[in-house]
Design a protein around this ligand. Structure first.
Ligand code: G6P
Length: 538
C-alpha cells in the first residue's frame, strides 16, 4: 500500500493556508469526482496503490486532508472491490487523512459515459483545439444515468446531514441539480477544471440546455479564469431564460442564485519544493541527468498523451530547431514523458501512433550514432518521481494548444532548479500568472523553435532571476490559497442562505436551512464576518 505508507510525508507545510481552513459551520465536506485519487491494482506481484496522472486529484488531496472529508469517485483499479465495505467505503484510510467511497459503475456504462460523452463530446467541445466533438445519443443517455448514480451515492452518503458537496469537473455537469432535487439542504459547489468555450462553440452541443440547467443546481460554480466565467455567463444568457447579474457574477434561475467565480488552481508548493531538496531526491535527479543527458542540456516535457497538449506541434518545433540551428545538435536532449490516457478513445490511440511516427522522423533526420534528439517515455511515472525529473532538467516545455490551467508548469516552478527555464504555451491558464516564463505559440513552428534556441542560450543571471520570481508567484498562490478562497466563498454562500431565511417569502415557504437553525435568528452580524470572496478577481 505505497501511498498509505508515504502518507506522513504529506503532512501539511506550516506556512500553508490550509492550516486556516474554516469548519464550514459544522457541515460535512464531501467531494465528488469521476477520477479517484488512488486505485488498488493487482498484478502478478500482488496489490499496489496507484495514483492517476490527474492534476485534479493531486490538487484536491490537501483539501481533503485539511477538511477530513469524504471523497466519492468511480472505481478504476482491478482490485478496488477487495478493499471496500458494503457501501463502497475504502477500509483503513486513517493514514491518508480522509475517506474514499468508491462507486462501481458498470463497465458498459463507464464506456459510454466516460469514453463516449465525457471524452469524445465534452472534452473537445470545451477545448478549442480543432478536434471535432461527437454527439451520440447513447453516450448522452449514459452520461445522464452515470450522473444519476453519482447523485444516489451522494444522497446516501450525506442523508439528512447539512453537508457541503464539492463536485469536480466536466464529467459531472448534471450532478448538482440532481443532488439538489434529492437533498435540498446541501450546499453545492463545483469546480470546472477545463476551459469554458464561447457561446458560438458551445451551441453545437445538442444537450447544451440540459448541461446548463445541471450546472445551475450549484450554489457556487468555479472556473480557473475570469475569461471562462464570462464565457459561461454569456452562454447562459444566450441559451436560457434566466437573469444574469453581470456585476455580482450571478445567475438567478427559479428563484435560486448560482454565483460564478474564478479560482486559479495551483499546487502544493511547499511540499514539492521541500521534497526535491531531500538527499535521496537530489541523488535521483543527478542519476537521471547522468543517464539521460550525459553532459548535454536536458529539456523535459510531462503530460498525459492528449491531443490538447500540443505534443505533435512540439516535436515539429524540435525538428525545426535542429533544421535552423544545426550547431545545437548533440548539445541538448529532449525527454518527453507522456502517460497513456483515455486509450479507449480512438482519437487518443491515433494520436499516440502519430506521436511515435513524429519522434521517429526527427530522430532519423537529426540523430547521430550516440545521440537521439528526442527520448520518449510513454508510461505512467509516479508524481514524486516526476518531481525528480523536474529537478534534473535544464528546461521544461509546456506546449498545450488549449489548457484550463496546466499544473505541470506550476509543479516545475516548485520542483525545478534555481536556474531552470520554463517554456510555456500562451494558451494555458497558467500563462496569465507565470509572467516570467518564455512564452511560445505552439502553432507557430518557426517562432517556437527560435524561442527554444533563445531560451537555451539565456544568461544564467536572467534564468535565476526569472525562476526566483516565478517561485514567489507560485508560493504566494499555492493550492492552499485555492482551497482557502473556495471554502471562503462557500462559507459566504452559507450566510447568504441564512440571510434568505429572514425574507418574508422564505418564511412563508417554511424553508429552514439547517445551518440557520443552528445559528439562530440573531446571527446576522456573524453572517457579515467573512470578507468578500476573491470572486472574479482573476
Ligand atoms: C484533466 C481533467 C480531469 C481528469 C484528468 C485526467 O485534468 O480535467 O477531470 O481527471 O484530466 O484524465 P482522466 O480521464 O484519466 O480522469
Amino acid at each position: 500500500m505505497d501511498s498509505m505508507a508515504s502518507a506522513k510525508d504529506r503532512s501539511l507545510p506550516k506556512s500553508s493556508l490550509l492550516q486556516k481552513v474554516t469548519p464550514l459551520e459544522g457541515r460535512r465536506f464531501v467531494v465528488v469526482s469521476n477520477r479517484a485519487p488512488f486505485a488498488h491494482v493487482r498484478d502478478g506481484a500482488g496489490v499496489t496503490v496507484e495514483k492517476p496522472p490527474s492534476g485534479l486529484t493531486l490538487a484536491l488531496e490537501p483539501m481533503m486532508q485539511a477538511t477530513q472529508g469524504t471523497w466519492i469517485a468511480n472505481a478504476s483499479g482491478n482490485a478496488d472491490h477487495e478493499f471496500v465495505d458494503e457501501r463502497g467505503h475504502v477500509r483503513q484510510t486513517e493514514e491518508i487523512g480522509y475517506h474514499l467511497r468508491r462507486l462501481f459503475l458498470p463497465p458498459r456504462l463507464t464506456e459510454d459515459f466516460y469514453t463516449g460523452f465525457s471524452n469524445s463530446a465534452l472534452w473537445p467541445l470545451c477545448h478549442i483545439a480543432y478536434h471535432q466533438p461527437r454527439f451520440e445519443e447513447r453516450w448522452w443517455r449514459a452520461y445522464v444515468r452515470a450522473n444519476g448514480l453519482f447523485a444516489e451515492a451522494v444522497a446516501d452518503e450525506i442523508g439528512e446531514d447539512p453537508a457541503v458537496v464539492f463536485v469536480q469537473d466536466f464529467q459531472l455537469a448534471l450532478l448538482p441539480a440532481m443532488i439538489r432535487e434529492r437533498r435540498p439542504q446541501a450546499l453545492i459547489a463545483q469546480f470546472w477544471h477545463i476551459p469554458w468555450p464561447n457561446p458560438e462553440a458551445f451551441r453545437v452541443c445538442p444537450w447544451r440546455r440540459e448541461l446548463l440547467h445541471g450546472l445551475l443546481g450549484n450554489d457556487l460554480l468555479g472556473f480557473h479564469l475570469l475569461y471562462h466565467c464570462n464565457n459561461f455567463l454569456d452562454t447562459v444568457d444566450r441559451e436560457l431564460q434566466v437573469r444574469v447579474e453581470r456585476e455580482s457574477h450571478g445567475v438567478m434561475a427559479q428563484d435560486r442564485l448560482t454565483t460564478v467565480a474564478a479560482f486559479p488552481l495551483s499546487v502544493d508548493y511547499a511540499r514539492i519544493h521541500r521534497r526535491v531538496q531531500q538527499p535521496d531526491a537530489r541523488e535521483a535527479a543527478a542519476r537521471l541527468r547522468r543517464q539521460r543527458a550525459q553532459n548535454r542540456k536536458l529539456v523535459l516535457s510531462v503530460e498525459r498523451m492528449d491531443y490538447t497538449k500540443g505534443i505533435l506541434e512540439r516535436i515539429g518545433a524540435i525538428h525545426r530547431l535542429f533544421d535552423r540551428h544545426p550547431e545545437l545538435k548533440e548539445t541538448v536532449s529532449f525527454v518527453h514523458i507522456a502517460t497513456p490516457s483515455r486509450t479507449g478513445v480512438r482519437a487518443y490511440r491515433d494520436y499516440t501512433a502519430a506521436v511515435d511516427r513524429a519522434i521517429l522522423r526527427v530522430n532519423t533526420a537529426h540523430g547521430r550514432p550516440d545521440w537521439q534528439p528526442v527520448q520518449a517515455i510513454h508510461q505512467y511515472v509516479e508524481p514524486e518521481k516526476i518531481w525528480n525529473w523536474y529537478h534534473a532538467a535544464d528546461a521544461v516545455v509546456v506546449s498545450s494548444l488549449h489548457d484550463g490551467m496546466n499544473l505541470v508548469s506550476k509543479e516545475y516552478v516548485a520542483a525545478g532548479r534555481d536556474d531552470g527555464v520554463l517554456f510555456l504555451s500562451e494558451f494555458t491558464g497558467a500563462s496569465r500568472e507565470l509572467r516570467e516564463a518564455v512564452f511560445i505559440n505552439p502553432y507557430a513552428t518557426d517562432a517556437f523553435a527560435d524561442a527554444m534556441a533563445a531560451g537555451l542560450a539565456m544568461p544564467e543571471a536572467e534564468r535565476r532571476e526569472r525562476m526566483r520570481r516565478l517561485r514567489l508567484r507560485v508560493a504566494n498562490a499555492d493550492v492552499g490559497a485555492w482551497v482557502h478562497d473556495i471554502l471562503r466563498a462557500i462559507h459566504q454562500r452559507e450566510f447568504d442562505a441564512q440571510n434568505a431565511l429572514f425574507t418574508p417569502r422564505a418564511r412563508a415557504r417554511g424553508w429552514k436551512g439547517p445551518a440557520a437553525v443552528r445559528a439562530g435568528g440573531g446571527d446576522l452580524e456573524a453572517a457579515a464576518a467573512p470578507g468578500p470572496a476573491r470572486a472574479g478577481s482573476y
